[in-house]
Ligand binder design. Structure first.
Ligand code: ATP
Length: 753
């Protein structure tokens, strides 16, 4: 026996705690109408987890709680406890006794307690199903419900039979598997959706990371090109700067010198120009001329005086001599002059006649005259001697003054000439100097121009270098901005030749600038490409990408796991389905046979069986479809009853009388209980419609049934009562409270009335 006790407290009319012990295979509960017997049957339903309040004749949960009467106040909770024996381990729990308690509160809240621990309804249901106590309550037949199995549709009937066959446990498992499957499918969808949602971002991040990798690659490339470019540029600028400065020194010095020389030359030129002035020369020349004239004048004076002195001296000597001789006799000038005039006239005339005779005569005449003159003159006395002496003295005095004057003028002339020559010489020298200076100026200007051109070229080159240097600085700053401090280490960059040897500075500096321009061009291209990649916070992106990838892999793994469990669950469902099908097919056969046995037993003949039917339904929305419309039809297996009474032609269940219906349904209920006996069966006035003869048959059958299941029979039927080992009477006093009491058969019969 499995059923040990039932305790009702606060449930429906059982305001006070009442206990029932089930120590016999058959227990009968008796009592007058309305005393609360059916409430006992319902308390079984309640504690076994019934969810339909309606099946317990209530509307709401609180209808199950003692509602109060004029004398006793209403209760706040209804609690029912059932105690089951588990010494045979029918229930898969390591307890000798299973104590299930259910409590409902006024707020509708339910509690389930299994052996003192709060559990879920599901736990109770599964536990009971394992002992073939199904939730459809096939083992609890409420009042007037006996023919429920007859009125049910094939599908409902199948459920009842499945429940009776103890297939519920598989169905629970199947439902659970189905629920898990749905949940898993849902989870897969959710995870897939999460994965799908994250996919674009992951893809984006992947692209970003690819870009970053590309960018890092470009940066490496850029670093290398920059290293070489900057190193070369630095060497080039420094080298050529030094070279140009060195180159500049000589022409600069030369230019300075040329400028100084030019200044000197110009000064010289200026000086010579002032020396070439002709005025002093002209003045000197005039001075010479004047000195010459002065000397000549003096000399002429001297010669005149010399003549006069000589004349006087000769005359004085003549006078002396004449004084002693004729010689020296003075002749008056006028006499001589007159003589000369006469002779000239006579000669003139003779010459004019151009006749020798005349000329001869003239000449004889002239001789004659001259002789006369001398005769006369020698006779004349000289009176001029004294005067002449005086005159000579005077002349001689003047002559000495004149001599001195001549000497002075000669000296002056010599001096003037010397001055003139000095000036002339200076002019010649100046002219030479001037020409030289002029040539020097010309040469120096040329030289200067040449040097300036040279310096200009150097300066131009220096300016270009300066521009290159500025550009270099700017490029370096940009390199540092792009590549960080590493870019500044360009001076460590080793430039190697084809043989792997470091290239000398001279070779570096001598490189054609086009090569650097090409590198620069390459740099620009790399920078543009880097810029186009436009990477921001690299580390964060990589971290985010790794996280996203990890999460994606996790989700993929999750999906794979879930899909694997979907496959397993489907397998499990298929397995359960086939098990269900198999057991159902076997079970239905057995029930059908038992049904036939009980039926023929009840009716003393006839035949009955269960058949599996397939019905097509259009589902719940059937009425929404128009006639002739193509709809999806569901095929459902159901169970149909076939019952043929002895000596009657009619087969249909609807043709049966009330009693016949009751017997048929009892036959089926009993058949179901026989094949897979539940631990206990509760029958609430199932025997109500039976006549005496049938009551006996009923009594026999329940005794047979009681061999396999404990029976709790609510009854007014004396025959039935007589088969019970234990009898409980239910009474209700004026306070509306049902009370339980153990009674004897006679008392029971009395109470039942
Ligand atoms: P019968 O033999 O006529 O079938 P019964 O003995 O089976 O009667 P029940 O139907 O079990 O009687 O009991 C019905 C009684 O229980 C009624 O008097 C009803 O008022 C009472 N009852 C039902 N629910 C409650 C409740 N929540 N609180 C108080 N009394 C209740």
């Amino acid at each position: 026996m499995y059923l040990k006790e039932l305790t009702i407290a606060g449930f429906k009319s059982f305001a006070k705690k009442g206990e029932l012990e089930f120590s016999a295979p058959i227990t009968a509960i008796v009592g007058p109408n309305g005393s609360g017997k059916s409430n006992v049957a319902e308390s079984f339903r309640f504690v076994l987890g019934e969810q339909s309040v309606k099946s317990m004749r209530g509307k709401r949960g609180e209808d199950l709680i003692w509602g109060g009467s004029s004398s006793v106040a209403r209760g706040n909770r209804a609690g029912v406890t059932i105690v089951l024996d588990n010494t045979k381990k029918v229930f898969p729990l390591d307890f000798e006794e299973i104590r299930i308690e259910r409590v409902v509160h006024r707020d509708g809240q339910n509690e389930y307690i299994l052996n003192g621990s709060a559990v879920r309804l599901k736990d109770i249901q599964e536990l009971l199903a394992s002992a073939n106590i199904g939730s459809t309550g096939h083992h609890i037949i409420s009042q007037g419900e006996a023919d429920r199995i007859l009125t049910a549709n094939p599908k409902e009937r199948r459920e009842m039979i499945e429940d009776a066959l103890g297939l519920k446990i598989y169905q629970y498992k199947r439902q659970e598997a189905e629920r898990k499957l749905n949940k898993t499918v849902e989870n897969v969808a959710q995870v897939e959706s999460l994965r799908r949602e994250a996919a674009p971002h992951l893809k984006y991040l992947e692209k970003q990371v690819q870009k970053i990798e590309k960018s890092l690659q470009l940066q490496e490339q850029l670093k290398s090109v920059y290293g070489e470019y900057l190193r070369r540029e630095d060497v080039y600028i420094a080298f050529h700067h030094d070279r140009l400065l060195a180159e500049r020194r000589e022409p600069e010095a030369l230019l300075k010198k040329a400028a100084a020389d030019l200044a000197d030359a110009k000064k010289t030129l200026q000086a010579t120009e002032s020396k070439s002035d002709s005025e002093p020369l002209i003045a000197a020349q005039e001075a010479v001329q004047k000195a010459v004239m002065e000397r000549q004048q003096a000399e002429r004076e001297v010669s005149k005086y010399e003549g006069q002195i000589a004349l006087l001296e000769r005359r004085l000597a003549e006078q002396e001599r004449r004084a002693t001789s004729t010689e020296g006799k003075a002749v008056a000038y006028k006499d001589i002059s007159a003589l000369i005039t006469d002779i000239e006239q006579q000669v003139g005339k003779a010459l004019q006649k151009n006749e020798v005779t005349i000329l001869q005569r003239a000449l004889s005449d002239i001789v004659h005259r001259l002789k006369l003159f001398i005769e006369r003159s020698s006779e004349a006395k000289d009176t001029t001697s004294e005067f002449d002496k005086k005159e000579l003295g005077r002349l001689k005095d003047e002559m000495s003054a004149l001599t001195k004057r001549v000497a002075d003028s000669i000296r002056d002339e010599a001096k003037a000439r010397a001055t003139y020559e000095g000036i002339e010489q200076a002019r010649v020298a100046a002219a030479t100097d001037g020409r030289e200076a002029e040539r020097a100026v010309f040469r120096l200007v040329g030289e200067q121009r040449e040097l300036e051109t040279k310096l200009e070229r150097i300066d131009r080159e220096l300016a270009i270098l300066e521009r290159d240097r500025n550009e270099f600085k700017r490029e370096l700053q940009e390199a540092v901005a792009l590549l960080g401090r590493a870019a500044a280490a360009y001076y460590d960059f080793k430039i190697l030749d084809e043989e792997g040897k470091e290239v000398s500075i001279e070779v570096l500096a001598a490189e054609d600038r086009d090569a650097q321009r090409t590198r620069r061009h390459e740099l620009e291209k790399l920078k543009i490409r880097l810029e186009e990649l436009g990477i921001g916070a690299t580390d964060e992106i990589i971290k985010e990408y790794n996280d996203a990838k990890e999460r994606d892999a996790f989700l993929a793994h999750e999906i794979a796991d879930l899909e694997a469990s979907i496959i397993k669950l489907r397998e499990l469902i298929a397995e359960l389905d086939s098990k269900l099908e198999e057991q159902f097919v076997v079970g239905i056969k057995k029930i059908s046979a038992e049904f036939n046995r009980f039926f023929t037993l009840m009716f003393g003949g006839g035949e009955a069986e269960l058949v599996t039917v397939v019905t097509k339904t259009r589902g719940a929305d059937e009425e929404l479809f128009e006639e002739g419309e193509e709809v999806e039809e569901k095929k459902e297996d159901g169970i149909e009853l076939i019952a043929k009474l002895p000596n009657k032609r009619v087969k249909g269940l609807e043709m049966l009388s009330g009693g016949e219906r009751a017997l048929t349904s009892i036959a089926l209920i009993f058949a179901m209980s026989q094949v897979n006996p539940p631990p206990f069966i509760i029958l609430d006035e199932t025997d109500a419609a039976l006549d005496e003869a049938n009551s006996r048959r009923y009594g026999d059958m329940i005794e047979e049934l009681a061999k396999k299941s404990q029976l709790i029979l609510i009854t007014h039927n004396r025959e039935t009562m007589s088969r019970a080992g234990i009898l409980y009477g239910v009474t209700m006093g004026g306070d509306g409270i049902s009370k339980l009491l153990s009674v004897k058969l006679d008392e029971a019969v009395a109470v039942a009335k």
